[in-house]
Design a protein around this ligand. Structure first.
Ligand SMILES: *[C@@H]1O[C@H](CO)[C@@H](O)[C@H](O)[C@H]1NC(C)=O
Ligand SMILES: *[C@@H]1O[C@H](CO)[C@@H](O)[C@H](O)[C@H]1NC(C)=O
Ligand SMILES: *[C@@H]1O[C@H](CO)[C@@H](O)[C@H](O)[C@H]1NC(C)=O
Ligand SMILES: *[C@@H]1O[C@H](CO)[C@@H](O)[C@H](O)[C@H]1NC(C)=O
Length: 260
């Protein structure tokens, strides 16, 4: 950008700000037509939600501007912090630039909802993911089971047969005189049939230690996974809640869950 156009920039910003101020206040957002709605008082509503979500998932692969959601498959997660403490053992793992594949291939098995309570929102979704592959950068410090780790590198995880329940709880709130739900928690404790992990540089350059630790991790992943799961649940809660709240806080409750 040359000096002249740079000097023009503030004028443009002022014009834009004025245009935004002059625009009529937008009403509550409307859902795109590919979201199939269900009558929340219908006796079969949960089956309807399950079908609707099942059809929606692959559509969200590339994200949705209308819903304000980034691409789901592949899904990019800039950062997640996993902090754990088990007795005397504590550690943390910062996971960056994670790219996940397979999230939209899930089968939606069942939905259980309680939408009639004016205080609390509660919905559970049972899902099965045939395969999930994740890769990214990590930085770790501490101990996992018996292994002290202190490293920085790349990792990847291949998961097969992942079963989970998404447990969503929320509170009804008012925004501009409209009722919305704000999620308080998005819990999950996935069960995994098989897992393969790879990580480079777990011991800052010691390849033999790295190989041994990976061998251990791949032989005994169920033990490690069980130990980390409650802490992973906390980390996922933050990430998933923030994503889901983009939708929940954008569309009024009556828009997302209309009653006939
Ligand atoms: C929710 O409450 C409405 C009004 O009281 C009632 O008609 C409806 O059957 C209830 N729905 C469920 C799923 O309990
Ligand atoms: C997502 O984008 C890719 C690449 O542009 C395209 O091949 C694919 O069909 C799109 N998927 C959906 C569900 O729109
Ligand atoms: C995980 O990364 C390692 C090292 O880059 C690579 O050899 C391996 O093929 C990757 N795993 C998968 C399933 O891509
Ligand atoms: C779902 O989470 C809530 C707390 O947010 C908890 O009270 C409830 O027991 C959980 N339900 C299941 C089935 O785990």
């Amino acid at each position: 950008m040359d000096l002249r156009s740079a000097a023009l920039l503030p004028a443009w910003l002022l014009l834009l700000a004025a245009a935004a101020a002059a625009a009529p206040a937008a009403g509550p957002a409307e859902l795109p037509s590919y979201v199939e709605l269900c009558d929340r008082n219908h006796p079969e509503r949960d089956a309807c939600y399950a079908e609707s979500l099942q059809r929606l998932l692959p559509i969200l692969a590339n994200g949705s501007q209308e819903l304000g959601l980034a691409a789901l498959d592949p899904h990019l997660l800039p950062e997640m912090l996993l902090q754990y403490k088990q007795g005397q053992v504590a550690g943390k793992m910062l996971i960056r630039n994670t790219r996940s594949i397979g999230l939209t291939s899930a089968q939606v098995l069942a939905v259980r909802s309680n939408l009639n309570d004016s205080n609390k929102f509660h919905m559970e979704v049972d899902l099965y993911f045939p395969r999930i592959f994740m890769e990214g950068d990590y930085k770790a410090q501490g101990k996992i089971v018996v292994f002290p780790i202190e490293g920085k590198g790349v990792y990847n995880i291949s998961l097969t047969g992942v079963s989970t329940t998404w447990n969503l709880t929320g509170t009804h709130i008012k925004k501009r005189n409209q009722g919305y739900v704000r999620l308080d928690h998005f819990y999950m404790f996935p069960e995994v049939e098989d897992m393969k992990v790879y990580a480079s540089n777990l011991f800052t350059g010691n390849e033999d230690f790295n190989r041994a630790a990976l061998q251990f991790a791949n032989d005994f992943w169920p033990v490690i996974y069980e130990e980390l799961l409650p802490f992973a649940n906390e980390a996922w809660d933050k990430v998933m809640r923030a994503s889901a709240n983009k939708v929940f806080l954008k569309f009024p409750f009556d828009t997302l869950f209309p009653a006939a």
